[in-house]
Ligand binder design. Sequence first.
Ligand code: PAF
Length: 282
Amino acid sequence: MLKIRSIKKMQLLLEVARQEKKRIGFVPTMGSLHEGHQSLLRKSKKDNDLSILSIFVNPKQFFANEDFALYPRDEKKDEILAKKEKVDIILYPSIKEMYPDGYKTYVDVEQLSNVLCGESRSGHFRGVATVVAKLLNIVCPDKLYLGQKDAQQAVIIKQMVNDLNFPSKIEVMPTVRENDGLAMSSRNSYLSMKHREEVPVLFKSLKLAKYKILKGETSAGQIIRQIRSNITQNTSGRIDYIECVNAETLQPLRTLTGRVLIAVAVWFGRARLIDNIILRIR
Ligand code: PAF
């Protein structure tokens, strides 16, 4: 497993790989790897000749009051997991090289970036789209692997890749969960013991919503109310949002029809957790 910190070196190396007609799979991350990332890395290894992992805690997607400084970083543990998933190259770009003095260019995916998480984290997806565009230009992968847990991020990156004619294909892999349903996330490490006991309610509420919809409920309002009461009655979580939206446009729905994304974001102490399910409703 090669570890590369220089963007130029990475580009030269991958140019050679492409001349040799190697298929390149790419998993961009901010490190603090868990089983969710591992499932992406496994798929990348299975589908491609070269599997590339990037680890970069991107300052442009955090804001003044957010957890950039505290975001968990553990290169040693990440490297053990990367090796286990047979990653060929880890790219560790530096902030200085990614955003040198005088850096001025940003990617803004309109409309999709201002809803759901974009409402309370204004500018977050501009930072995400910008860094992913840069990483795609550096790695030029055949395939980019993302997780369904970050559903809005996946929709935005798909739109960007399409709009800006990046040649990479995108594969979105299912959310990986703990035994009690908690979606794997680096931010789960922020949870206190009390909150850790409460958080399985998120997926339980989403599953109950699915059950109600399969039984014939078509009102988004009813589903949102039911999830809200489930969370507020059973936990100390502070709800940021609960929404039923069209899974492609991310626009809110009144009546549940088509491909529906039911997404939640809830604060437990200093951990802001997100989760979602996607249903196809006739
Ligand atoms: O999902 C993440 O870890 C990040 O948002 C990403 C895609 C690596 C961009 O920094």
